[in-house]
Design a binder for this molecule. Structure first.
Ligand code: MRU
Length: 359
């Protein structure tokens, strides 16, 4: 089995002509790379989770906006910016919850606006540089998250994780899985319990694939088995990712995460949320303000089953994310260090990139 670390999940091709993604809807059975150039195809890839995970979505959107700008042949500066803005709006509409999408698009727009008086060819070159920077920074940031997270763990620990916040969700290492990958590099042995993560099975299909291929001791469990596994004493820490962190430390992540946090509290197990500071949305005061994506009922009633398994006509509630209350979070692991409660001021300072807030 090829180590997932050898694949590039999301990248611009060498010539800067296309976005190349590892199609995550085909994993673990097929390793297929897609080469995308058109904005609508990149939007579809994000919407259908061919590329997924908050940081990877941000990188894909940044590359998508560069590729859109590259293809614009406009007679005037205003016409260029009109089409640039339309592409940005389309990419921003692809998924609502992960704030990295909007963060990356805003970064790209700031570069274009700041250099609007330069010839279009020069603006396009600067946009390519910015997209590349966003991608390269993500790898460095995830490495740092991994180093800080590893400091919270001991050799031999049992770790439980939900969804996929690993290599496949970022440019490199992941967020929640970065401490595991870096620990493996350094000779640690962890036993990782992977929630299958209904309904889209990011845990079973992606995390299990990624961790097995990296040589980690990996055990797949159904979501409803987490309590028993914790009760057995097999879990010393829970590590999860995040799609948007509110200013008070409420953490929005894959549906099911908040239940795991409640269980961890019950069993006295530390619960860590791992994220780049680009995932902080300091404009949103609490988790109640975070837009939660609702997805198609068929993901619950049909997908993965040979035959539809629920009666036709039943109503289905299919939120893709939930919010874990900040009171359940032991620590927030960022590239700049670990935040501990109380969160409000330290989260705001981390979002502003200020030093001294982190322990
Ligand atoms: O719907 P998905 O698969 O994009 O959801 C992904 C998650 O919830 C991840 O935990 C989160 O984006 C963090 S990825 C480093």
């Amino acid at each position: 089995m090829t180590n997932t670390a050898q694949y590039e999940t999301v990248a611009l091709d060498d010539g800067g002509d296309a976005l190349v993604i590892l199609d995550q809807t085909k994993l673990p059975n097929e390793v297929v790379f897609l080469r995308l150039t058109r904005t609508e195809d990149i939007c579809r890839a994000i919407r259908t989770l061919q590329v997924r995970g908050a940081p990877a979505i941000g990188v894909a959107a940044a590359c998508g906006l560069y590729l859109a700008a590259k293809s614009i042949d406009a007679p005037s500066r205003d016409a260029f910016f009109e089409r640039f803005k339309a592409a940005k709006d389309a990419l921003a509409a692809s998924r609502p919850t992960a704030v990295n999408l909007f963060w990356a698009l805003d970064r790209m727009e700031r570069v274009a606006s700041a250099h609007g008086d330069l010839p279009p060819a020069r603006v396009k070159a600067l946009l390519r540089e910015e997209a590349t920077r966003i991608m390269e920074e993500d790898a460095a940031v995830c490495r740092a998250i991994g180093e800080h997270g590893l400091g919270l763990l001991r050799d031999g620990d049992g770790i439980l994780t939900h969804c996929n916040a690993g290599y496949l969700a970022t440019t490199k290492y992941g967020t929640a899985l970065a401490p595991v990958h870096i620990g493996l590099e350094k000779g640690y042995r962890f036993r990782v319990f992977v929630d299958e993560t209904r309904p889209l099975l990011q845990g079973a299909r992606l995390t299990a694939f990624e961790l097995l291929s990296a040589g980690a001791e990996t055990t797949l469990i159904c979501d409803n088995m987490a309590s028993q596994v914790m009760k057995n004493g097999w879990v010393q820490a829970v590590l999860v990712g995040c799609d948007r962190l509110a200013a008070n430390g409420d953490a929005c992540n894959k549906i099911g995460t908040s239940g795991v946090a409640i269980l961890a509290k019950h069993y006295g197990i530390p619960f860590y949320v791992c994220l780049p500071t680009s995932t902080i949305d300091a404009e949103i005061a609490t988790g109640d303000g975070i837009p939660i994506e609702r997805r198609a009922p068929e993901e619950v009633t049909e997908l993965w089953y040979e035959k539809r398994m629920a009666p036709a006509g039943v109503s289905v509630y299919n939120p893709a994310f939930d919010v874990t209350d900040h009171s359940l979070i032991t620590g927030i692991v960022t590239e700049r260090g670990v935040l501990y409660p109380p969160y409000g001021e330290s989260v705001r300072r981390a979002a502003r990139g200020e030093g001294g807030a982190l322990k």
